[in-house]
Design a protein around this ligand. Structure first.
Ligand code: FES
Length: 147
């Protein structure tokens, strides 16, 4: 098995195990942790999560494939997620998306997603999982050119 959680994540898992008497409840946080660690969730990662959660591999797989925010393929480019839900839409997310597609689609994978809970910072995106808020095309250029 080629996946293992980092030392830091193993400490977090030990803490989570105390919080959740039913190990099944570990599936979602561990899927997030695996994705944050590697950028996607591999079959090996799902196997490790299956062992931690005491649930069959297919159950972990069904959870991972149900939610669109989980990536099961390794990204080939850096990922920008653009929120397309109401608050961001009303504050210009379509303009942000158009700007990204016209100027950055060669170097970044641009993905539309639903609300990421940062509506007060609309319009917002994530770059490699980090939130970028109150965006304008110009501000986005500054951020992407600095990265
Ligand atoms: S609507 Fe975009 S973060 Fe909530």
């Amino acid at each position: 098995m080629s996946f293992s959680f980092s030392e830091e994540n193993n400490l977090k898992i030990a803490s989570l195990m105390k919080r959740y008497p039913q190990k099944k409840a570990l599936i979602l946080p561990l899927l997030w942790m695996a994705q944050k660690q590697d950028g996607y969730i591999s079959e090996d990662a799902m196997q490790v999560i299956s062992e931690h959660s005491h649930m069959p591999y297919m159950h972990v797989y069904s959870v991972a494939t149900f939610y669109t925010m989980f990536r099961l393929q390794k990204p080939t480019k850096r990922v920008i997620e653009v929120c397309r839900t109401l608050s961001c839409e009303l504050r210009g997310s379509q303009e942000i998306k158009k700007h990204l597609l016209e100027n950055y689609s060669d170097s970044y994978e641009i993905v539309e997603v639903e609300c990421m809970g940062a509506c007060s910072g609309a319009p917002m995106c994530t770059l490699d999982g980090k939130y970028l808020e109150n965006l304008t095309p110009r501000l986005l250029d500054e951020v992407l050119n600095a990265n």
